[in-house]
Design a protein around this ligand. Structure first.
Ligand SMILES: [Zn+2]
Length: 372
């Protein structure tokens, strides 16, 4: 995506859908310009993107946004980026009040705060929402506490790409939430949105130095690697520099484990257990603690964290197999088998954690930064 004449267009020049709204500018001047200082993130608290877009195009709403992003990642622009949209309302940040005049607004299609219905009972206007799509959390300002819908990865991917583009194009100072600028009055984008991680990634994507891209090795193999953890939502790019396009699977969620290899100009080559491979800004990687275990009995390794999930190829693991812990969920641990088991390498899956014992066998490279 790119910005041409304050409109968002695809790389081939095709414009994204544009839906006009009267809720823009100032009274008497619908083209009143916006000063480009901040990007403000919102959720719509609506049933669908099309419903919210219809509402924001209605004069009765008295509200709009520059952009609405659907749960499927579809983008609709409603106000050109050089004109005020009515997304912030009564608000204050860094001594500036009423931020419509100083910010670009992105609305993420989402139901918003779901109250305290509880597991199995989450609903939005009568429509049931599975527990797996709800985060139970307390808002960072102390209330409310309850259920918040998760943002689909596709929606977050698109939002981050756009945020980084806006930061870069307009030299924005920061990326903030509606709740940050209207505390108490607004809760969006809420605890299901990793505001700190998104902000860091968007600012890094826009501000990192541009360097000559170097492609990864032609054979696709990663060099000898060390294990790191991603500190924030993090873009993975095809080369070492923010000018390179992001790869499929980018950005990585905060807490993702990666193998990091070669370093160049502050960027490192990374690979995830899930097969996402590319370059990431090294400042957002931290050495991960070694978490090796020995399997104490012949043990099924499954595709999910329950005995009802099917075993993965290579299961069962023989007693004595060394595995690396990747993630915990209840009594289950997602693990990566070290080396081969049953003649198969690269086995990753879920095992019952009670059959694992902490391993004392040192494995070279694990937990050690590769450049030392
Ligand atoms: Zn808002």
């Amino acid at each position: 995506m790119k910005i041409v004449n304050h409109r968002l267009v695809k790389d081939d020049g095709t414009p994204y859908p544009f839906r006009d709204t009267p809720n823009r500018g100032l009274k008497g001047n619908k083209n009143a310009p916006v000063k480009h200082r901040w990007l403000v993130m919102h959720y719509t608290a609506g049933g669908s993107a099309s419903e919210s877009i219809d509402w924001l195009a209605n004069p009765e709403a008295g509200a709009s946004a520059h952009i609405v992003i659907g749960k499927d990642g579809r983008i609709t622009q409603m106000v050109p980026f050089n004109i005020r949209s009515w997304h912030a309302g009564e608000s204050e940040w860094k001594g500036v009040k009423f931020l419509n005049g100083h910010s670009i607004g992105i609305e993420l299609d989402g139901f918003g705060f779901l109250g305290n219905a509880g597991p199995g009972k989450w609903k939005f206007k009568g429509q049931s929402i599975p527990d797996s799509e709800v985060v139970v959390a307390t808002h960072k300002f102390g209330k409310p506490k309850g259920g918040w819908p998760r943002y689909p990865q596709k929606q977050l991917d698109v939002a981050l790409e756009l945020a980084a583009l806006l930061v870069k194009t307009y030299g924005l100072e920061d990326v903030i939430g509606h709740d940050d600028i209207s505390p108490g009055r607004k809760q969006d984008p809420g605890p299901a949105f990793d505001m700190a991680g998104f902000r860091a990634a968007a600012m890094a994507g826009g501000a990192a130095p541009v360097v000559t891209p170097t492609p990864p090795p032609a054979d696709g193999t990663a060099p000898a690697t060390a294990r790191f953890r991603v500190k924030t939502t993090l873009n993975v790019r095809s080369g070492p520099g923010a000018s390179n396009p992001t790869v499929a699977g980018s950005p990585l969620a905060a807490g993702t484990f990666v193998r990091a290899g070669r370093e160049q100009d502050g960027w490192r080559q990374v690979t995830t257990e899930g097969g996402v491979s590319g370059w990431a800004s090294a400042q957002f990687l931290e050495p991960a603690p070694a978490a090796l275990f020995t399997v104490s009995t012949s043990l099924n390794i499954r595709g999910g964290p329950s005995a009802g999930d099917a075993p993965v190829p290579g299961s069962p693991l023989p007693a004595g197999t060394i595995v690396e812990g990747l993630q915990d969920q209840g009594d289950w641990k997602r693990v990566a088998v070290q080396g081969a088991a049953n003649g198969r390498s690269g086995i990753v899956g879920w095992v019952a954690a009670r059959f694992l014992q902490p391993s004392v066998i040192p494995v070279s490279g694990i937990g050690q930064p590769a450049e030392t």
